[in-house]
Design a protein around this ligand. Structure first.
Ligand code: NDP
Length: 314
């Protein structure tokens, strides 16, 4: 069986390549062409999860599963928060053909999915990007969003000002952007055209009333029912889109909080990004509207990326 390691994924799964792969996967997902079970996550203990996520790219396409741990405090130990494997099967004889580094695929495809959503929903003239969080998803989101909008300024906030400065310095060098470290989340958010929340926070770190008219926000850091990064206002003020309607209704913590408070119903979810991209659902309707994308991540994004790496002749 072939093995594709972390370095090979980082080298070959560029954002330029991954964004269209994930875009097509999100459309296929929303058209009902793919098959997947709801993400199953086993809580091990505080801050330690085990996830098993099976799926297929289509009835006669490649299939497989991602099996991984999500350990909250790993960054401090120099490890990825998500560690595991994607196991890929070929569709002709049902043979397992490839094992891939799941942490690297997850890191890149999640940024790519937010870029797909941003491209579909953010104002075309968006140039100020704010990232709340300084971990792995922070850098992957900076790289990915810069592929779809002409970002001029990146504003970073982290609960560690040193890590925020380090990220800002790194991005300035790598992406040639003006970078600013914000002292508070409010300062970071109020002028932003695009906000990405990519923390492991369990309580809201920002308020929806801070978002300026026309802003777009990607809410990414909470990937199961429980921890929330943003308050109910953020959810209620925005025209809300998701990667998977079924997934967010079952596991989207910020959505579930606002629903539990009686502020919204399931109808508040306007549609899936795949539905916007296929023209089934209208995305942004005006330059002043606030749009939000709730990301949980789904296996089809991983499998499509994995299959391209396995079968691609690059
Ligand atoms: P990292 O561990 O690399 O980074 C986590 C970041 O969150 C760090 O900046 C950390 O700050 C910050 N943080 C933790 N707790 C808090 C808090 N209470 N308040 C503010 N900031 C906090 O993780 P990743 O970058 O890999 O992932 C970020 C989040 O995104 C995770 O929760 C992860 O599960 C989720 N995720 C979601 C995916 C999706 O598809 N939607 C896919 C992959 C990840 P500090 O350095 O100070 O600890």
């Amino acid at each position: 069986m072939r093995h594709i390691d972390r370095d090979e994924i980082a080298r070959r799964l560029t954002y330029e390549r991954c964004i269209p792969i994930v875009r097509d996967a999100m459309i296929a997902f929303s058209m009902g062409e793919t098959k997947q079970l709801l993400r199953s996550i086993l809580p091990l203990s505080e801050g330690r999860l085990f996830g098993v996520m099976p799926g297929a790219l289509g009835a006669h396409e490649a299939f497989g599963a991602k099996v991984l741990s999500v350990f909250k405090d790993n960054a401090a130990k120099g490890k990825q928060s998500h560690q595991g494997v994607v196991l890929l099967f070929e569709p002709d004889g049902g043979e397992p053909v490839c094992l891939l580094h799941a942490g690297e695929i997850t890191a890149i495809r999640t940024g790519a999915a937010s870029a797909v959503a941003t491209d579909a929903l953010a104002r075309k003239d968006a140039k100020r990007l704010t990232i709340l969080g300084t971990g792995e998803q922070a850098i992957t989101h900076a790289r990915a969003i810069a592929e779809v909008r002409a970002i001029e300024t990146l504003v970073v906030w982290g609960r560690s000002p040193e890590r925020a400065q380090k990220l800002a310095d790194h991005v300035r060098g790598e992406l040639n952007l003006e970078t600013v470290v914000a002292p508070t989340t409010r300062v970071a958010v109020v002028d932003a055209d695009i906000v990405c929340t990519v923390t492991s926070a369990h309580e809201p770190i920002m308020e929806g009333k801070w978002l300026r008219p026309g802003a777009h926000i990607n809410i990414v850091g909470s990937s199961y029912a429980g921890p929330v990064e943003v308050d109910n206002d953020t959810v209620t003020r925005a025209r809300l889109f998701v990667d998977s309607r079924e997934g967010v209704i079952a596991q989207g913590a910020e959505f579930l909080n606002a629903k539990k408070a009686g502020l919204i119903s399931d109808d508040h979810i306007v549609g899936e990004i795949g539905e916007v991209l296929s023209g089934k659902v209208e995305g942004r309707r005006s330059p002043e509207e606030i749009t939000a994308y709730k990301s949980l991540g789904h296996i089809v994004q991983d499998l499509a990326s994995a299959w391209a790496l396995y079968a691609g002749d690059d």
